[in-house]
Structure formats: structure tokens, C-alpha cells
Design a protein around this ligand. Sequence first.
Ligand code: IFM
Length: 450
Amino acid sequence: MMTVFPDNFLWGAATSSYQIEGAWNEDGKGESIWDRFSHTPGKIVDGSTGDVACDHYHRWQEDLELMQSLGLQAYRFSIAWPRILPQGRGQVNQAGLDFYDRLVDGLLARNITPFVTLYHWDLPQALEDAGGWPDRATAEAFVQYAEVVSARLGDRVKHWITHNEPWVAAFLGYGMGIHAPGARDFQQAAAAAHHLLLSHGWAVPVLRANSPEARVGITLNLTDVVPASPSPQDYHAARELDAFLNRWFLDPLYGRQYPADGMAWFEREHQVQPHFVKAGDLETIATPIDFLGVNFYTRHVARGPAEGNLPPTITTERSEFTEMGWEVAPRSLFRLLNRLHFDYQVPSIYITENGAAFADQLSADGQVHDPRRVAYLRAHLQAAHDAIQCGVPLQGYFVWSLMDNFEWAFGYTKRFGIVYVDFETQQRIVKDSGLWYREVISRNGFDAKG
Ligand code: IFM
């Protein structure tokens, strides 16, 4: 039996600028917080940087051919803010804009729809030096950046994503010190989260003005939080974790203000005071958008009492884990999508990232056999399909990632691609999962078994 998707369902793959481009200091690009962070000893597990990464900046034409050979209908990529505005604001670097201009034209020439993310974490270091996302002025600078990029590309780009995973940018970057810029201060992190959302709300009308036919959205990393048991403590822990991971972003974006239980949790656990919220901000953040991007990888099982940064989590004996240590939980994707539909009435959803890291190896036959990734993708696509059948307005799916790349603090030790990258030679080899995905796209579905 075939699992078949709706006729206009969009099949894509995703990447981000710092993770694939390389060319970290070429053609007038300014320094980003990830350049600074990865160049700081001890921050990245394998001591690597994104200086070269997949060398996509030089190999973009080859990569476009690759996308075409896979039959991709859409490609989600991000723009490196410091290529466009090396100091974060002010002087525009035309060479940076030219690069993305060529990329967009190359995609359109191949009938691949560009989905452009403006911010996937590579903040210009100059803005960080002036205070970074905890400072409201960074949100103002983002508006200039959105204006410059959309003025140049808005005639051809019809899908804009303001931010990728503001939870990660704020809390791993400013709260837990795991990501750039490496701060450990939850007051700062909560302010950063607010300014990321505020900048989103300010940028939406700018993007609409420069790109009148475009659809504008934001991408959140969302999860399904379940209590480990029916006990009141576990239920309470799950509610608080859900407030922190999901509702802290969903509620203000959909006009409900920040959740009261999340506020209480922030104050109790991290002494956060919401001084950064100014009159009118919540109305700005709730500016209507056209779609929500959902990045889904795993679920969270919560057990009380909630303490520290993240309440403790447990999993079952039968759980399967990826190389990231993340539980494979496809039914949680089904639950999450239905929740977005019923609780928030989100009118249009794209899965803007979904995928898994496994310890892929090049085989003697020159191929990369990754059956666990095929199984992961199949199970998640089945869950997505089931959600569509329940009325969820899911309009497309982007696998993470098009190719193996720089996995942030894990450097090159985690491979998420459906295309294998030999980082010595920069050779690209389509994995079995890539061949399987090509088949899925061409048939608009897959055999439910096998
Ligand atoms: O690689 C990241 C990506 O940049 C954002 N979402 C999660 C992916 C896997 O960790």
C-alpha cells in the first residue's frame, strides 16, 4: 500500500549558512559570533571551525546540480547576516548580496523554490560586541538587515523565514553557554528570546512591503513533552517543560502573551524578571504570519520535581536513540502537529527540519548505506501523513540536512545529511537515504511497508 501525499505537497531539504558555506572571511564578509566562538579553543568538541565547512560558497553550482538530481522541489537555506552587513548595520556589502542573488536565480532556473531564512544564528560579531540579542538595539539592526535583503531578493523569493529556532539562539547561546556567544545568564537569555521575537514582528511588514506576494513565517524547534507517569509531580514537570520549550514562543506569536507558568518557572529557577518587555511589544510579536515552520527531532519525557536548566527527562527501555542521544519518537510528531492545529489553529505549517545523525561510513562499494536514517525518515513522514489525514494543514517537508555539515558545538562529528560529505576532498556522495528520498519525491509518497 502506498502512502501518498496531497498533490501540492512540497518536498525539500534544508541547510544553513554557517554550517555549509565556509569562506568565512571572503569577499568582504564580516566576522560572526560563530567565527569567534569556533576559533576559541575548547568550544567545539573536535576543535573544528566553519572556516571551510562544505565549501558551499565556492561549490554552490555543483550543489545546485545535486539538488536537481535529487528532484528537490524546494530548498531552505539561510543568509549570513555578516556577508550583507559586515558590521551588522550601516554599510552594505554588495558582494554578499550578489552571492545569494546568484543562488536564488540558480534555484529558480532549476524549478526549485527558495525558502530563505534570515537568521540561523550567525550574528555579526560587531553587534554582539555592542550587546548582542539581550540588547534591544540588535532587534532594530535586524530590521535594516531584513530590509536590505528583501529589497534585493524580494522579487523572486516568495517564502521568508525570519528566524530559525529562537529558543536555541537565546537559551543555548546566552543561557547555557553551549552555543555562540557562550554566555551563561538566564536573564540575558530571556531578554535575547524576547528581542528575537520582537525583531521578527518588526520584520514581517518590511518583508511584505518588499516582497508583496510572499508568504512570511518563523521556524521554531518544537517538541512533544509527556509526563513520565500520571503522578502530579511528573505532570507538573511536563507542564513547566512545555512552557519553557514550546509555549514560551508559541503563545506570544499567536497572541496569548507569555505563559504565566513559564514566567513563574523562569523567576523561580533563574530569577528572571521580564523588564525587557515594553508596551506594545506583545502586539508586535503577534503580527499575523502566513505559516509556521516546525523543526522536529525528538520528544521529551519529564519527571518532577523540576530543577535547574532543564527538568530531568527519562525514556523507556525500548527507546531508540540517534547519534545525538535523541530518542526516535515519530508519534510525537503526529501529536505535535495535531496540537498546533487544535490549540493554536495554525493555518499553514511546514516541517522546516526533520532528520537524524547516525555514524555513517563510506562502504567498500563507494556507497553510504544508512538504513536507520531511511527508517527514521519513513516513520516521520508516515506521522506527518497521518496528521494531514486528521486535517492538519501541513504543506511541505524539508529534510535536515541536504548534506553533512558543521553541527555547531559538535563540529563535524555528527552527520545529518542525506548526502555524505568527505570533508578532506569535499566529495559529495548521495547516501541510500538520499536515493530513497529522491524516490519519495518522484512518487509523492512511499510504500507503507519496505
Ligand atoms: O543542525 C541543526 C540546525 O542548525 C538547527 N536545527 C537542529 C539541527 C540539528 O541539531
